[in-house]
Design a protein around this ligand. Structure first.
Ligand SMILES: [Zn+2]
Length: 157
């Protein structure tokens, strides 16, 4: 299951990436066209998530998959697609660029951690985005993410 989100759903896109889903959002589009015209006719293999009724209508008319999102709050948006998506933090995709993360081997992990001066991460399981040079690990922020999901009834207790 792959997604493409309009720019109004950026936070939803980040949650989808955090949960391991291949999700495009505005920064990935190389186009001079208006976003709605562009999204109406591209990515037929992805479910478009949008808050724009006109765009939704154009997309459905083409026979391409789309979901119209009603809420402006991210947790309500997440509930609207709960039938499609299993929200759960995973270190699989970069939240910034959607690239697949690479799990670091011990030697490389040590090198990067030392370069960044993050020695307390030495014994953690680390993932890396080669494009953004961003390091990911299971830590405090994961606990916060899980609490957010629990609070809004998006995961089983
Ligand atoms: Zn990245």
């Amino acid at each position: 299951m792959k997604f493409v989100c309009d720019r109004m759903l950026k936070r939803l896109a980040i949650w989808l990436r955090l949960s391991g889903y291949d999700t495009l959002c505005d920064e990935s589009f190389q186009t001079r066209e208006k976003e709605d015209t562009f999204l109406a006719k591209n990515f037929p293999d992805r479910i478009l998530l949008t808050r724009d009724k006109e765009l939704y209508r154009m997309r459905i008319a083409k026979g391409y998959p789309a979901r119209l999102i009603k809420s402006s709050k991210v947790w309500e948006q997440m509930k609207e697609i709960k039938d499609l998506v299993n929200f759960k933090p995973k270190a699989e995709r970069c939240t910034l660029c959607n690239s697949q993360l690479r799990k670091l081997e011990k030697a490389e992990a040590e090198k990067i951690v030392k370069e960044l001066g993050l020695n307390d991460l030495l014994n953690k399981e680390l993932w890396y985005c080669d494009k953004c040079k961003k390091l990911y690990w299971v830590g405090y922020h994961w606990k916060n993410m899980l609490e957010f999901l629990k609070k809004h009834g998006l995961v089983e207790e």
